[in-house]
Design a protein around this ligand. Structure first.
Ligand SMILES: [Fe+2]
Ligand SMILES: [Fe+2]
Length: 272
């Protein structure tokens, strides 16, 4: 399949509104704009196109971005430790808003359901961010008070040239990692007695299964369209773009619900 790369904007105002939300730096305003977005009117005959701009999305001046090794990690038996954890997850959710908007804005010529799905994910991520930001305020902190890293957005830049690569590596690797690690976080928070954060993470985990499933569905759609073997291609894309294999322990029930095929689950089991 030929994909053209273009820089100019679309005439559809719904795409312009997605782009505006993507470029909004203020977190509250971004979330408001996401809630007001509507699905662009697309036709099955629209040619595939990849937009080339917007590689630096809007984000607030704080948090300051640092190398991942410098982001604070503390034990969860102190309020500061729990604030550090909630701040890190809030930052993931903030990036996830931009990632979902970017998936909807950048990749054109997909069926209407693709845009419905990614705008729905953007709305979910904005809600997740809102819950966690409120939790930070309740604990006497706020989003931006700690440092954070830019790893998630770097993955968006790496995968900006092709929706198939984006679907394979962002929802099915990075968001899927959230499915694996969140149950452990929930257990540690429950042991520390932070039931408010536990309740938030349980709701997030439930909704994230659906985001990974959306990634799986469109990954398989694009593989079928290009007559590629999805199961064989997935590990190859991981090697090529990320140079790492997913690390266990894996949340197999959640990954199964999120559209990982029996062959992929077997492949993951080998590295568990
Ligand atoms: Fe989320
Ligand atoms: Fe998500």
């Amino acid at each position: 399949m030929l994909i053209s790369h273009v820089d100019s904007g679309s005439s559809d105002p719904a795409f312009a509104a997605i782009e505006e939300a993507l470029q909004t730096g203020c977190a509250e305003l971004k979330c408001q704009r996401v809630a007001a977005l509507s699905t662009p009117a697309v036709s099955a005959d629209d040619p595939p196109e990849v937009r080339a701009g917007n590689l630096t999305p809007g984000r607030p001046p704080r948090p300051v971005l640092v190398h991942p090794s410098r982001v604070a990690r503390r034990r969860l038996n102190s309020v500061q430790g729990r604030v550090a954890l909630v701040h890190a997850v809030a930052h993931i959710e903030f990036n996830a808003i931009n990632l979902a908007l970017d998936a909807a804005w950048r990749f054109r010529g997909m069926p209407p359901g693709y845009y419905d799905d990614w705008l729905r994910v953007a709305r979910d991520e904005a809600r997740h961010f809102g819950w966690l930001r409120q939790r930070l305020l309740d604990m006497g902190s706020d989003y931006g008070e700690l440092e954070a890293h830019n790893g998630l957005w770097e993955a968006a830049v790496k995968t900006a040239a092709d929706p198939l690569v984006r679907m394979a590596l962002v929802p099915r690797v990075l968001e899927a990692r959230g499915l694996d690690v969140t149950p452990g976080m929930i257990n540690r928070l429950a042991r520390s007695g932070d039931h408010e954060t536990v309740a938030i993470l349980e709701r997030i985990l439930e909704e994230e299964v659906c985001h990974v499933e959306i990634g799986s569905r469109w990954y398989h759609y694009l593989c079928a369209q290009r007559e590629l073997d999805a199961d064989a291609l997935f590990p190859r894309l991981l090697d090529e773009y990320m140079q790492v294999r997913p690390r266990g322990p894996f949340n197999f029930p959640a990954r199964r619900a999120a559209g990982f095929t029996p062959a992929e689950l077997d492949w993951l089991r080998q590295s568990d």
